[in-house]
Design a protein around this ligand. Sequence first.
Ligand code: HSE
Length: 300
Amino acid sequence: TEIKVFAPATVANVVCGFDVLGFAVNEPGDEVIMRVTDKAGITISKITGDNGRLPLAAEKNTVSVSVQHYLESIGRTDIGLDIELHKKMPIGSGLGSSSASTVAGLFAIKSLLGDDTDVAKLLPFAMKGEEMACGHGHADNVAPALLGGFVLIRSYEPLDVIRLPHPKDLYCAIVFPDVDVPTREARQIIRDKIYMKDAVTQWGNIAGLVSGLYTQDIDLIGRSMKDVLVEPVRSMLIPDFYVMRELAMKAGAVSFGISGSGPSVFAFTRDEETARNITQMLQSHLADIKIASNAYVSTI
Ligand code: HSE
């Protein structure tokens, strides 16, 4: 028996919702092929698209480690599995690359075993993978990768994940400037104390964004997507972040910000053409400053 599963890239934080908001895009995404074997234990026979950066050793790979946790939880460590991982997006890009692989792996094993419990039950195992990848088990990539669409993590302890609606005609332009920003480090530079004044601004914006998603009010979504806590610090790790923001906003973006912990940036637009124009403008700006990039346009 063999199964092939795709899981999508995700944009975590959605500018104002550090660690609590995320959404999935249609592409890019990662693919996992999983086969049942005769010998108990997990092997990884092949990884493509990672430029040799990911470990084949099952105890070091987030996909196999999460799947192993899941198998232990249901008492099925007797099973033998072989995994092929096909990365279809850059690693360390802020697009939830490790989450997409982990979620695809967990969904694959759940399906192979015919486990028909709610997919949301896989979340804690996927969060273990995140913890291994960057030192912190945040859920704002894994939850939307698993559930699709827009997701709010209302609470981590206990875990309380809520699916949010979103306007139909919302497009997302994503540009990945090819510079290295490891999530682990991008988390270390954030201040751990904040001012009440900033907290008030931030929770007003989060509430405004969630309200805009429910009422399909794209203007409200746009004016709520501001971040006074994390972006001022992390933007320093992204080449010409504020120049790119100005270019995107002038070209008609509804909003612009860092995707996850960066270096990818994203813009919401009301139509596909504007999203394509923005990716072209940003990529040509990055080329001018000698930075290679990838771009994606997606609906949400
Ligand atoms: N919320 C996480 C962070 C997402 O910003 O560190 C990482 O992709």
